[in-house]
Design a protein around this ligand. Structure first.
Ligand SMILES: [Zn+2]
Length: 255
């Protein structure tokens, strides 16, 4: 089956369309979707979707753009979500120096608190790192003890050199629509990472793959991403589909 390990069907842009999109996924052969939380209410919405659709799972967490919202009360709510049997990890968490909604120290505090919680709950965490490769690698090196249950760099967009550093720290990588955009450099980055550490995502409703770029993305577009990965690695679509599913289950043990 095809897998989408980072979707946002919990985004208000999908409100009222969940049933239709779920049908589209199944028709496209996408048998596993992980909806990622970006704040507390979106994490709770992702949990509701997981309870409603058997092939959906979720991660719960506070994105760096919402870092200032993480306080004692929301931490309690977050920890409560993590004990749900269909909650497969903490995320998305990390650094975003593109939007810089909160200063670096506030982002770092939220990242650290949630990485600590993930470690204590024996769950992997999903890293969002935008324009922040130095800060993210530094953070992961400094807090290597918190990565015992694994972590994944979602929508990996940094360099091949950085990927080597992350890999040494135990990272897995997920790729989405961006790798289908016409840009040879992306192919170089992907091919520098062995397929044993790679899986697939859409980050929908954003980042629809070529030739659908600019439209509202859904997990049903995963086959386009798998096809592109297969061509970069010189593997068949079937082989790539299989390894992406296996890797997803290696990272997220509750799947
Ligand atoms: Zn996301």
């Amino acid at each position: 089956m095809f897998v989408d390990v980072h979707a946002h069907l919990n985004d208000p842009k999908f409100a009222g369309e969940e049933e239709r999109v779920a049908d589209l996924c199944l028709q496209a052969g996408v048998g596993l979707v992980v909806n990622a939380g970006y704040d507390l209410s979106s994490s709770e919405k992702a949990k509701e979707l997981a309870e409603r659709f058997p092939f959906m799972y979720f991660t719960a967490g506070v994105h760096p753009d919402h870092a200032g919202e993480l306080d004692g009360e929301s931490e309690k709510r977050l920890i409560g979500l993590l004990s749900h049997p269909k909650c497969v990890g903490v995320g998305e968490i990390g650094f975003d120096f593109h939007w810089n909604v909160y200063p670096r120290d506030v982002q770092e505090r939220a990242f650290l608190r949630q990485a600590e919680i993930a470690c204590r709950e024996e769950l992997p965490f999903v890293v969002h790192s935008r324009d922040a490769s130095a800060a993210t690698t530094e953070f992961l090196k400094k807090h290597a003890d918190l990565t015992a249950h694994g972590f994944v760099l979602h929508c990996y967009s940094e360099s091949a050199e950085c990927a080597k550093v992350y890999r040494k720290l135990g990272a897995y990588f997920t790729f989405g629509g961006v790798i289908t955009f016409t840009n040879a450099k992306k192919e170089e980055v992907v091919s520098s990472i062995p397929p044993a550490y790679v899986t697939t995502e859409t980050d929908c409703p954003y980042l629809a793959p070529h030739p659908l770029r600019g439209t509202k993305n859904t997990p049903a577009n995963i086959p386009i991403i798998v096809e592109k990965l297969a061509s970069i690695y010189g593997m068949t679509v079937k082989e790539t589909e299989k390894i992406a599913e296996e890797n997803a289950r290696k990272i997220f043990k509750r799947l």
